[in-house]
Every structure is written in C-alpha cells, then in structure tokens.
Write a protein that binds this ligand. Sequence first.
Ligand code: FAD
Length: 372
Amino acid sequence: MKVGIVGGGIGGLSTALALENAGIDYHLHEQASAFGEVGAGIMLTPDIVELLDQWGIGDNLRKKANAIADLSIFDHLGKKIISTPTQLFGYFIHRADLIQVLSEKIPAERFSLGQPIKAITQANNKVSITYQDQSHQYDLLIAADGIRSNIRQQVLPKIQPRYTKQTSWRGIAEIDTPMKWENSLCELWGENLRFGFVKISTNKWAWYAFKWIKPTDPTADQDPAEFLSNLFNNFHPQVNTIIANTKHFIKTDLYDIPPHKANWYHDKICFIGDSIHAITPHVAQGACQAIESAHVLTTLLKREQSIEQALQAYTKFRRSRIHFITRISHFFGAFSHVRTKAGYHRLFWSLRIAPSSIIAWLIGRINTIPKV
Ligand SMILES: Cc1cc2nc3c(=O)[nH]c(=O)nc-3n(C[C@H](O)[C@H](O)[C@H](O)COP(=O)(O)OP(=O)(O)OC[C@H]3O[C@@H](n4cnc5c(N)ncnc54)[C@H](O)[C@@H]3O)c2cc1C
C-alpha cells in the first residue's frame, strides 16, 4: 500500500510519523517551502504526549515544553474562581518547537515542500495528484490540508466550516522579570473577554485572548497592541505586561466544522485534522484530536483486511468522540463569554458550585484516548 498525504501541519506530520512507525509506505506533499507554524503556543494533553512516546518523540517534546499542573480560572482582577483537580493538566509548547519535534523524525525522501496540490483524480482504485508536470499515484490519499481543505471542497462540498462570531488573538511575550502563576495555565474572565497565559520557557509566555466581535467591527483592525491594551486595561496588570512585551500578534476568527453525518472519506481519499474535524480552541483539542486521528487511522490500516474496511472503521470509531468534543468546545465558548454583568455573576457562581467530580470526569473524558 502506498499512501499520499497532502498538508504538513500538525495533522499531516503526525500522520507521516504514525505511518513511518507502522512501516507503511507514504509520501507527504506540503505547499509551503518549509514546515512551520504561527508564533504562538499550543497545549497537548498528557495522553497525547504518551502517544508521541510510542513514536519516539515524547522526550524531545517534554524537553521543549512546560508541564502545566492545572488550569486556573480567575476574575478579571486575578481573584481565583476555580482550579482543575489535576496533577498534570498538559504540556504547553511553542508551535514552532512542536513542528520541529514532529518533523525531525521524518526522513527527507518522504516529503516534498513547495507543492500546492490542486488537481486530484480517482480511477481504477487509485488516487492521482498532480503538481506542475509531476504526477503521483497512491492507493490512499490522506487530506490533512486544514479547515479550508481544497480536497474536501472537491469531494465532500457539503461539509462547510461554521463561523462562531468569536475572534482570537495570540502571541508570545518575552519577559525577563519574574511573574505570578508560572506553573498553571491561567485564564482571566471578564464581560465578553477572556485572556489566557502560560509560561512556556525561561522568559517566554504564550497567551491568547477571545472575544465575541463582528467581523466588520473596524476597531478590531486597529494596531493590535493598542486595541488589546485598551480592551484589557481594567484587567490584572500582568495581562497588560504580557501585551506590552509581545512583538507579533496573530488574529484569527474562530470557525469549526459542526458535527455531521457524512463519512470521513470518499472512495480512496480520507480526511484528518481540521480538514474534517476542526474544533474551536476553547478546550485546546484541535491538534490533539488530529494526532489521535493519525494514530487511529494508522492502527486500522495495519489491522483491517482492506483500505475500505479501515476507512469505514475509522469514521465509525472517531465520529462520536469528535462530535462530543466539538459540542463541548462550542458550548464552552458561548458559556464563557457572557455579555452582561448579571450573567457574569451567575457564571462565576455556577463555576464555584460545580462539583469537582464532574469537572474531573469531563477532563478525563476529553483527555483519555480510547483503545482502538
Ligand atoms: C487560537 C487557537 C488556539 C488553539 N490552541 C490549541 C491548543 O492549545 N491545543 C490543541 O490541540 N489545538 C489548538 N488549536 C487547534 C489547532 O491549532 C488545529 O486544530 C491544528 O493546528 C490543525 O492542524 P491541521 O494539520 O489539521 O491543519 P493546519 O494546521 O491548517 O495545516 C494544514 C497544512 O496543509 C497545508 N496545505 C493546505 N492546502 C494545501 C495544498 N493544496 N497542497 C499542499 N499543502 C496544503 C498548509 O500549508 C498547512 O501546512 C488552536 C486553534 C486556534 C485557532
């Protein structure tokens, strides 16, 4: 069996690593001239890092990441509302470091860079892709080309991203002086505003901010440093120190792929990651689920009698878990952005009385990788 992968983000690189470890022949095509990611942080759950151990890269990741004990939620002034009852909540890492850790174990002859794949044909049980004058034929093509997937638009056009009306800003702040809350992922919640931050290395803090905002709202297109420091000016001073020490800001309108009943494949083209199951970032699961999908799909390709059986089993096995996480994340995004003072007090009251057993159950359900 020869497998082609289109896309070398976290989903495509994880798929390549999983196939490499399973001894399945593959080649990855990425449109950019180098593997890369935006300048922001990302969190991976402990189970995902244990999966990376099976692929021989878990220790490399741990060396570059900060192990986070818990997620703590505060009001906008830094008064603690709740902490997750965990020993190890996850690992926070710079995205560029994650891409480096994932890509360095993939042999150079297994990937081609600078190849935007547009033309795809399926005939005689094979998939052909063409780039300029080169054509490649595969028994299975895995599309890991992101939420705007060109391949999905060709073969599963009914599946469309859903706009959540929320926007995110992200960045990395460089701060040499000591600050509070070094071992937790901290979120400060205000009215229709959330600011999260976490230390990722000696002097680097990854951060993110979320807000309901109309895409046409012109204020959002101002200088981001000025816009954000005005937005968060009544928050705990650490928030404004982080904004003031950030050089590059990344603004992303938030979309997901809403739960759908379509198969995650079309003949011999299969989808993985944001191309089929993009999740809003509110439970930090999009990349974790892309890695989990790579693991499940590869295991089934090794185990099942035929590619068709593996693809059917992959959709069946993954669908309900992804739907659950997508819905929880969507709900959490709405729940955590109330827009009135009364709603804000009700929100904190409900967080304070939420039984820790329910929170622990929810985290366990999201973070535990079911056995394939
Ligand atoms: C604000 C924010 C915070 C987040 N935080 C977290 C977090 O903490 N934890 C977590 O698990 N997830 C998080 N996520 C989600 C996570 O970033 C995504 O789920 C993940 O990066 C998706 O990876 P992917 O490989 O599927 O897609 P992408 O990252 O979009 O990669 C697609 C790749 O395909 C390539 N490509 C596209 N078209 C073509 C083509 N035609 N030919 C060749 N190559 C092509 C692109 O260049 C790219 O390299 C967050 C998302 C956001 C927006």
